[in-house]
Design a protein around this ligand. Structure first.
Ligand code: ATP
Ligand code: MG
Length: 293
């Protein structure tokens, strides 16, 4: 499926490089944010992504027609780490008939009147579909914890509730891929500056983003707990080095493509009588030709 021109070191496995190991605690500070993987620079990475996106589209088409399996992609990240760019350039390139993005913001009063998974469950993918979560139920053990929105006795029970919820989705035939976009403190500030310098990005500016920067250590600890408690073979986390936007896009595209290849969606079997349909076509086209004369 891949174009040989962009073939990479065949030993480089994006899933192995970025999927976290089960049962060990991740230390985000020890993970490189600037990695370039097997690529010979930005242009090589971008060309690879282009091909991977094409392959993802074809595989998603098969999954849509098969209408059995589904895929849930969860994106979590600090502000300005590039969730929007990744969706625009990679994930949002799938056919919108079978793929939808759901951004999760501060819950409204109706959502708050239900359990924390109520609004999430409603957005999970039906058979044949892909859901992309821009933020997710993990906010309920991240921002909610760091900002003390609910007491510890409440949020600490949620890790297990999340695991049970995700097991339910897997049981129904959903593959889950969870991505954390990992940027450095320095790169984040640089991106905040670019937003300040660009009037078309001013709508993204938010004083609260600086507050979250002050709480970076608390967020880091909260994320590390998530990676420890809510990672499994069937619902894995990947930590994506995201200082280089092109590497972020290429590595996520590679992991999504490999996962869809493993899912191996099949075009549906044909009930229609093809010989009969061919006969009908030939009759119509002969009639059309005859009328032209
Ligand atoms: P950007 O990276 O462009 O800033 P964003 O995902 O931060 O995008 P915003 O509209 O800035 O989008 O912020 C959404 C906010 O909603 C985030 O601060 C997030 O923490 C908050 N949020 C999401 N889910 C919850 C939740 N369950 N409880 C409280 N806050 C939440
Ligand atoms: Mg924000």
């Amino acid at each position: 499926m891949s174009d040989p021109e962009w073939d990479l070191d065949p030993k480089f496995d994006f899933i192995e490089a970025h999927r976290i190991a089960t049962g060990s605690r991740v230390s985000l500070d020890d993970i490189d944010t600037q990695m370039e993987g097997p690529f010979r620079g930005k242009d090589h990475g971008r060309a690879f992504t282009h091909q991977a996106v094409e392959d993802i589209r074809n595989l998603q088409y098969r999954m849509f027609t098969e209408a059995k399996q589904s895929l849930l992609i969860v994106l979590q990240a600090p502000d300005a780490a590039g969730k929007d760019g990744l969706i625009r350039k990679v994930l949002g390139q799938m056919n919108p008939q079978g793929c939808r993005t759901y951004p999760f913001k501060v819950p409204n009063s109706e959502e708050l009147a239900h359990d924390f998974l109520w609004r999430i469950h409603a957005c999970t993918p039906a058979a044949g579909k892909v859901s992309i979560f821009n933020r997710s139920h993990y906010e309920d053990v991240l921002v909610v914890r760091v900002e003390n929105i609910v007491p510890k006795s409440v949020w600490k029970e949620r890790f297990e509730l999340i695991n049970d919820f995700e097991k339910l989705l897997v049981h129904r035939g959903t593959r889950i891929l969870k991505f954390y976009l990992h940027i450095s403190h320095e790169e984040q500030l640089e991106r905040f500056k670019k937003r300040l310098d660009d009037p078309t990005k001013h709508w993204k500016l938010n004083a609260g983003d600086y507050d979250a920067r002050d709480k970076a250590a608390a967020y880091r600890e909260a994320y590390e707990d998530v990676f420890e408690k809510c990672h499994s073979k069937d619902s894995p986390w990947h930590i994506i080095p995201a200082d280089k936007k092109w590497y972020r896009d290429a590595s996520v595209a590679a992991i999504v493509r490999q996962t869809l290849q493993e899912m191996d969606p099949q075009l549906p079997s044909i009930d229609a009588d093809l010989d009969e349909i061919r006969r009908l076509y030939e009759r119509e086209s002969a009639e059309l030709q005859a009328n032209k004369k």
